[in-house]
Design a protein around this ligand. Structure first.
Ligand SMILES: [Zn+2]
Ligand SMILES: [Zn+2]
Length: 83
């Protein structure tokens, strides 16, 4: 039964740490300037709960909430009518 050298354990731990930093650092540094993201900054995201699609359709009642589709707009009207 050979236990690994303490220095080897340190080297492996360091390599793992560097790997994690490089992997997550790449994700953080990577600029997210895709056309889809740029478009979603101009168009507000859908006001329907759980939906984050770009929403060009505005609520015809309050004109404060936008929706991605007529389906989401109509479904959310039920909640708006209470207000
Ligand atoms: Zn509304
Ligand atoms: Zn939606």
């Amino acid at each position: 039964m050979d236990f690994p050298e303490p220095n080897l354990v340190k080297a492996v731990a360091l390599a793992l740490l560097v790997y994690i930093i490089v992997t997550y650092g790449h994700v953080l540094v990577q600029p997210k300037t895709t056309p889809a993201v740029a478009a979603s900054k101009r168009v507000p995201s859908c006001g329907f709960p759980g939906c984050s699609k770009p929403a060009p359709l505005k609520c015809s009642r309050c004109r404060e909430v936008s929706y991605c589709s007529k389906e989401h707009q109509k479904t959310h009207w039920k909640f708006h009518k209470k207000l």
